[in-house]
Design a protein around this ligand. Structure first.
Ligand code: ADP
Length: 445
């Protein structure tokens, strides 16, 4: 097992990883930008190294600085967390070249799944259903017009290198397709440095349902059921729940078994998420994330399994000691992503936290690096806390969530707590009756 892990991330996820390491008796190294010198992950880690200025490109994306920090502290592994370098195959290669273990899958699998076109092709070959669309990047507008006609409008233009809902444009007609392609290409170029785009059927009322998998380097693969992440704004998840109100046990077992079979054939190891859209009883693969997900705690709440611990163990070469048949998913869990933003306009609201009180009690978990007096920097993602609640039933979970949201005090800045309070009282949400467009319709976007 590793003796010392460098955590190449910040905020709540850095803290989450630190916690798993400490419980495994592993020492931690925090890296941080100048803006994060007072952050909680830096305070709690055994050692810390400042790796650069506030902008991410100078610090959390600065590969030479991170590798130097690992070298001088003698870290034997690096955990990339989520976002930043977590899906960067070049970084994984560089880490290995320096004789350090990258806590994640092989760089080869990261590369394959990081390109959505090759990912879809591979997943199709492995026998899982994918959203109908083009198998290759669009090179010619006339060809795209022919393909779109055969798929049927509306179609979605998506970036092959996409992530975070960027580089995605809907086209409802042939006239709209031309501009959708050029807009998506421009956005993809700006965000991912790769302007390859492809076409997909735009599904009108699907749910976003994803399957969590866990695999070791010895061919053992299990799934840890699904998460429903249909509550989204601008293709970004806002609230997630497990299990999905839309699946029954038989459907779960069936899709879970198919996914496990495909992942085993792929020879993949580490944690991973296979994302599907689910419409009219059918699953359609959209992408695979080769890293930990922000919403992983809801799976932990219903399975009792520490995903970060398992991720570290399999990276160290250990065998999974989990057997599918023995895994039990119990109760219902919901996560609210709390952002430093106006709950109405979604304009970021960084600044000093004047008061802080986190909710507690049975089955209430808060993943956050906040504390009273902390200054939320303006340079990074606006998510500042995750509130995760479990109940024996969905109803109990909702009642507990309502209570926990009431207790949560984050003073001094605006947060999206009132948005969550509003949406969990909506009858459709209470009935579990929503799709990926529901939240935007509610907000009138
Ligand atoms: P990203 O990697 O940018 O997050 P995804 O492919 O995971 O992109 O899609 C993000 C979200 O965009 C999905 O959860 C869904 O809400 C929407 N989306 C993606 N593909 C489609 C599609 N073919 N039809 C309708 N909505 C889609």
């Amino acid at each position: 097992m590793f003796e010392k892990i460098l955590i190449a991330n910040r905020g709540e996820i850095a803290l989450r990883i630190h916690r798993a390491c400490r419980e495994m008796g592993i020492h931690t190294v925090a890296v941080h930008s100048t803006a994060d010198a007072d952050a909680m992950h830096v305070r709690l880690a055994d050692e810390s190294v400042c790796i650069g200025a506030a902008p991410s490109k100078d610090s959390y994306l600065n590969i030479p600085a991170i590798l130097t920090a690992a070298n001088i502290t003698n870290a034997d592994a690096i955990h990339p967390g989520v976002g930043f370098l977590s899906e960067n195959a070049h970084f994984a290669d560089m880490v290995s070249e320096h004789g350090i273990t990258f806590i994640g899958p092989s760089a080869e699998h990261m590369r394959l799944m990081g390109d959505k076109i090759s990912a879809k092709a591979k997943i199709k070959e492995l026998g899982l259903p994918v959203v109908p669309g083009t198998d290759e990047a669009i090179t010619d507008i006339d060809e795209a017009l022919v393909t779109a006609k055969s798929i049927g409008y509306p179609v979605l233009v998506k970036a092959s290198g996409g992530g975070g809902g960027k580089g995605m444009k809907v086209a409802r007609s042939s006239e709209g397709l031309r501009s959708a392609i050029s807009l998506a290409k421009a956005e993809a170029k700006a965000h991912f440095g790769n302007d390859e785009v492809y076409l997909e059927k735009f599904l009108s009322n699907p749910r976003h349902i994803e399957i969590q998998i866990l695999a070791d380097q010895h061919g053992n693969v299990v799934h840890l059921a699904e998460r429903d992440c249909s509550l989204q704004r601008r293709h970004q998840k806002v609230l997630e729940e497990a299990p999905s109100p839309a699946l029954n046990a038989a459907t779960r077992d069936k899709i879970g078994a198919k996914v496990v079979k495909a992942i085993r054939k792929l020879g993949y190891y580490g944690v991973g998420t296979i994302e599907f859209l689910y419409e009219n009883g059918k699953f359609y693969f959209i992408e695979m994330n080769t890293r930990l997900q922000v919403e992983h705690p809801i799976t932990e709440m219903i399975s009792g399994i520490d995903l970060v611990r398992e991720q570290i163990r399999v990276a160290a070469g250990a065998k999974l000691d989990l057997v599918q048949k023995k895994l039990q998913f119990s109760g219902h869990a919901i996560e609210c992503r709390i952002n430093a933003e106006s709950p109405e306009t979604f304009i970021p609201s960084p600044g000093r936290i004047t008061d802080y009180h986190a909710p507690g009690g049975l089955d209430v978990r808060v993943d956050s690096g906040l504390y009273s007096g902390y200054e939320v920097p303006s340079h990074y993602d606006s998510m500042i806390a995750k509130l995760i609640v479990r109940g024996r039933s969905r109803n109990e979970c909702l009642m507990r969530l309502r209570r926990a949201l009431e207790e949560f005090v984050i003073g001094g800045i605006e947060t999206t707590i009132p948005l969550h309070q509003r949406l969990i009282t909506e009858p459709d949400f209470i009935n579990g009756d929503y799709d990926i467009h529901w939240l935007e319709n509610l907000l009138g976007i």
